[in-house]
Every structure is written in structure tokens, then in C-alpha cells.
Design a protein around this ligand. Sequence first.
Ligand SMILES: CC(C)(COP(=O)(O)OP(=O)(O)OC[C@H]1O[C@@H](n2cnc3c(N)ncnc32)[C@H](O)[C@@H]1OP(=O)(O)O)[C@@H](O)C(=O)NCCC(=O)NCCS
Length: 162
Amino acid sequence: MNNREASTECGGYQLPEIRPLASSDLPRVMDIERQGYSHPWSEAVFRDCFKDNYRLWALFKEDCLIGYAVVAYLVDEAHLLNLCVHPGSRGCGAGRHLLKYLMGQARQDGMVQMLLEVRESNHSAERLYTSAGFEEIGRRPGYYPAADGREDARVMTVSLDK
Ligand SMILES: CC(C)(COP(=O)(O)OP(=O)(O)OC[C@H]1O[C@@H](n2cnc3c(N)ncnc32)[C@H](O)[C@@H]1OP(=O)(O)O)[C@@H](O)C(=O)NCCC(=O)NCCS
């Protein structure tokens, strides 16, 4: 695995390649995860997701892993559990590219709806999801741990049935 830091510029930016995430990618995933979240998942949580009803995707730029996503399929609903891009590769369309891809894959796999939770304070992620067609359908009070207690989650969904 190539652990070079990703470029911080978008000039001449080519969209990254998307491949299934492998367990051998997890050291790099953990590095990005710790930079992406105040309360990151543990490696054990990622390992638990390598199951039949989960889809794990990786974004690669010149063989360097720069982002990933985890989706769980439950009957005909896809639950987006994690979507993260390396801080040095944000703002160039990589997150949107991965989101659109995993939505298309979920549709192909027979899912009719996608659901996610997002921290109330996470405005960049909320804007990304809204721009991809997600709508807020409710809140989960105190869903996330926070530095000073708990934080609410917005619950957002999009129909894949189009
Ligand atoms: C959320 C995240 C995945 C976005 O990835 P990204 O590659 O930077 O996103 P993109 O460049 O594809 O941007 C797509 C849209 O997201 C929104 N967005 C992204 N970064 C933003 C920012 N800093 N401020 C406001 N909106 C932002 C915009 O709507 C943007 O569209 P636009 O460029 O046309 O305005 C990334 O910020 C990240 O990994 N954050 C940490 C982990 C996280 O919070 N994941 C979501 C958990 S629910």
C-alpha cells in the first residue's frame, strides 16, 4: 500500500478510482478515520463490517487510498454507516463521486432507499447529502458522543427507486 499523503490541490483533478475495500487497507483507513472524526470507529468495528450484507468501498488516487465508505443492506434499505475522505483530498468532488457510486451500486443490488445519520454540527456532510437528494426525516436526540456530552443526529433518506 502506498501511504503517500494525498494532494491538497484540485488543479487538473481526475476523479479517484473506486474499488472494494480490502482488510489489508485497514491501517490506512484507520489513519484517515482518526483524522476525520472526533470519535473514530475502532479497527474492530471495521473488521466486523466484512460481511455478506455490507459493502465497503475505497477511493484510490494513484494507488494511494484517499477515502472509503461502509454501507449495510437490510432487506431493501441501504444504511450508509461511514463516508470519509482524507483531509488533504477534500473539496475536489471525491466525496460526491463515492456517494453517487455507492448509491448506484445499492440501486443495482435492489435497495429502494438509503438512510443515514449525520451529526447536527456536520454542515459540510449535510450539504453533500442534500445536494445528492437526501432529505431530513427526523432527529435522534443525543445519538452521538460529543466533547461536552451528546449531540443529536439528523436522519436523512433518499429514494433509490428512480
Ligand atoms: C463530508 C466529506 C466526506 C465530504 O467530502 P469531500 O470530498 O470534501 O466532498 P466534495 O468535494 O465531493 O463536496 C461535495 C459537496 O459537499 C459539500 N461540502 C463539502 N465540503 C464542504 C465544506 N467544507 N463546507 C461546506 N460544504 C461542503 C458541498 O455541498 C459540496 O458541493 P460543492 O463543492 O458543489 O459546493 C468530507 O468532508 C469528510 O470526509 N469529512 C469527515 C468525515 C465525515 O464527516 N463524514 C460524514 C459522516 S456522516
